[in-house]
Design a protein around this ligand. Structure first.
Ligand code: F6P
Length: 327
């Protein structure tokens, strides 16, 4: 593939997500396939600012496709938000002769990359890597499938205890501003109610539903709550409901970071591999300030505005199904 670019830098940034290593492997190997030099930038934008940059080869990314986390490490850099921080970062990129970048991360990562491109003109492609699946311009982000499977597995285990002890569990799953993980866990885990930031029942509606369960002799129940719920987190909801409930034994489980780790599913590995290759090919074809996505099974390159101005809406069918089934 004809391109003036000969040295590409790659890094992971923001919250780690299972499949980031698979994406990294694909970026490195695609770059080598097209006879380009590829450099790994450690610890996201922090490593760019500190000059922690290493040359990678095909073997540097051997045996990582199945590993969770990110071998390049990750960070949420405050310094990169400043003009001075970005200047230091750009000087280091120049020192290594890096002419183009691939970032694997979420919307914060993409925003940083966009700024760097605006200020210094460096061509950059982002791969959406976050468990939240909250980014427009792609059906799925790398890590979402694994995180959701991990959460559903945990919910199934909690259900065993809920049934054995006649308990009502409020289970909190991750998703800062997005209910993607929650709605899918709610459907797959058979929750009686799912509380998401995008569209939630009121407190009265939730409690009426739980009361109904109590009255109709429902012995155990699971409520899935997205971390970003506007009604309150699992702790808060459990506390409020326990003030009026006199039939359920109430417990709370916050799944937290266990959803972020672990072996990526086949789906995340393939998604990451396709996006990694597409990111390098995009750069070589002249893409400059975009995020690669897969929509309806087709690779797309989304510009910054498309991504930032739109929220990744939860599909109405999932919301509808969730309502029909949680009775
Ligand atoms: O963006 C991914 C995510 O796991 C969110 O779901 C969560 O709110 C956040 O990261 C937690 O971030 P940290 O690990 O920095 O506390």
């Amino acid at each position: 593939m004809e391109s003036k670019i000969s040295k590409i830098g790659v890094f992971t940034s923001g919250g780690d997500a299972p499949g980031m290593n698979a994406a990294l492997r694909a970026v490195v190997r695609a770059a080598i396939y097209y006879k380009k030099d590829i450099y790994g930038i450690m610890q996201g934008y922090e490593g760019m600012i500190d000059g922690d940059i290493v040359k990678l080869g095909a073997r540097s990314v051997g045996n990582i496709i199945q590993r969770g986390g990110t071998i390049l490490k990750s960070a949420r850099s405050q310094e990169f938000r400043t003009k001075e921080g970005r200047e230091k970062a750009f000087i280091n990129l120049k020192k290594h002769g890096i002419e183009a970048l691939v970032a694997i991360g979420g919307d914060g990562t993409f925003t940083g990359l966009h700024k760097l491109h605006e200020e210094y003109g460096i061509p950059a492609v982002c791969i959406p890597g976050t468990i939240d699946n909250d980014i427009a311009g792609t059906d799925f982000t790398v890590g979402f499938d694994t995180a959701t499977n991990t959460a559903v597995e945990a919910i199934d285990k909690i259900r065993d205890t809920a049934i054995s002890h006649n308990r009502l569990f409020f289970i909190e799953v991750m998703g800062r501003n997005s209910g993607y993980i929650a709605i899918n866990c709610g459907i797959a885990g058979g929750a009686v109610a799912t509380i998401i930031p995008e569209e939630s029942m009121t407190l009265d509606e939730l409690f009426a539903k739980l009361d109904e369960g109590g009255k109709t002799n429902k012995k155990s129940s699971l409520v899935v709550v997205a971390e970003g719920s506007k009604l309150g987190g699992a702790m808060e909801l459990a506390k409020k409901f326990s003030e009026r409930n006199n039939y359920f034994d109430i417990k709370v489980t916050i799944l937290g970071h266990l959803q972020r780790g672990g072996t990526p599913t086949y789906f995340d590995r393939v998604l990451a591999s396709k996006m990694g290759v597409a990111a390098v090919e995009g750069l070589l074809k002249g893409e400059k300030d975009v995020m690669v996505g897969i929509l309806n099974n087709k690779i797309v390159y989304n510009d910054f505005d498309t991504i930032m101005k739109h929220h990744h809406e939860i599909d109405s069918e999932s919301l509808r199904i969730s309502k029909i089934l949680s009775i």
